[in-house]
Write a protein that binds this ligand. Structure first.
Ligand code: FAD
Length: 314
């Protein structure tokens, strides 16, 4: 339960009349988040949040990889951009440590803005400032994350290509005996095996899939120590289970030995999936399912095979 003093400690609300502060304390939701729990996911419905305690990480998925865009500390607010645009949240807000935030639903915010011009003006000014920041991030030139050189029939190269594609990592693939590949080597002795060059220039010769995954920032280790649901395999069945588990607020993890998508990810066209009247490619289905499960907060570990299950409590 929120107190008037806690509401008044948020600079945005500190100038409100006592009656308004009391109303906020009574009606706003008081969320207690454990580390790793989301206050709101990317795409979530517009609402205004204020951080009361702890630390909130702002994350957004670019090119299949989650990036931290910033932090919100006690006293700060978030949600001004979706309110200004009437859109969903452009990024997710996750507790980096045990945290407490208050949430005003959109209608509650509108009622508040109607009685306090000052709050409405401050929220719009902050939205304009933050939209500028978001624009500069999305305007960054999109470089492929990986350039891969390898023979067409090289199985290791094929495995890396499949892994990158199925994890939605952008990459260029060069055949070794082409002019582009010569430019790639730029005087270095050519290596006879798949070679990956990362966006920061690092070269990995014949990399193991997991090493490449780690360097690219894909999740290969659980963030938490306990989960409500653990799902083995990130095919359509596993990802569907992850969507339902995570959307019910369960701490959900998928452990996938390769990359999400399963067999369906390799199908050129699936004609009989409910909701896609003209069919959908397996890649797209897998990619949509992956985005949906991540957006709802499920963790997806790649390159990890489950070797066994031990029943009972440790
Ligand atoms: C070329 C092709 C075309 C297809 N076309 C169609 C179609 O048009 N319509 C249709 O209905 N169906 C189609 N299918 C079948 C459909 O893809 C499968 O029915 C569906 O993928 C099954 O989903 P699943 O999640 O149960 O299993 P899978 O897709 O097999 O996924 C299982 C996942 O679990 C992972 N895994 C397995 N063991 C472990 C372990 N020990 N630890 C960690 N991870 C593990 C695997 O790597 C895999 O990603 C097609 C299949 C193929 C191959």
């Amino acid at each position: 339960m929120l107190t008037v003093d806690e509401v008044g400690a948020i600079p945005l609300f500190s100038g409100l009349p006592a009656g308004e502060m009391e109303r906020l304390a009574r009606t706003a939701a008081d969320l207690h988040l454990s580390a790793g729990e989301f206050a709101v996911h990317e795409g979530g419905e517009a609402a205004l949040f204020a951080v009361l305690a702890g630390k909130i990480e702002v994350v957004k998925t670019f090119d299949g990889i989650e990036r931290t865009l910033g932090w919100r500390l006690p006293g700060t607010i978030f949600g001004e951009v979706p309110i200004a645009l009437g859109s969903g949240f452009p990024g997710g807000y996750r507790a980096a440590e045990p945290s407490r935030v208050m949430r005003l639903e959109l209608q509650q915010y509108y009622s508040l803005a109607a009685v306090s011009k000052d709050v409405a003006q401050k929220v719009s000014a902050l939205a304009r400032e933050r939209m500028g920041g978001l624009q500069s991030i999305t305007a960054e030139p999109q470089q492929p994350r990986v350039t891969l050189v390898g023979h067409r029939w090289d199985t290791a190269c094929g495995e890396l290509r499949r892994f990158l594609a199925r994890n939605q990592i952008s990459f260029n693939w060069l055949l070794p005996d082409t002019a582009d590949a010569e430019a790639f080597w730029a005087g270095r002795p050519a290596f006879d095996g798949p070679v990956a060059r990362l966006a920061d220039g690092e070269i990995m010769e014949n990399p193991a899939v997991r090493d490449l995954a780690i360097r690219l920032g894909l999740q290969t280790r659980p963030r938490g120590t306990e989960y409500d649901v653990a799902i083995i395999g990130g095919g359509p069945a596993g990802l569907a289970a992850a969507v339902y588990g995570a959307s019910e607020g369960l701490r959900t993890i998928v452990v996938e030995r390769e990359a999400p998508g399963g067999q369906a990810g390799t199908s050129s066209r699936i004609e009989n999936y409910l909701g896609f009247p003209s069919g959908i490619s397996g890649d797209e289905l897998a990619s949509r399912a992956l985005q949906q499960s991540r957006r709802l907060g499920a963790e997806i570990l790649v390159t990890r095979a489950v070797a066994g299950i031990r029943y009972g409590h440790a």
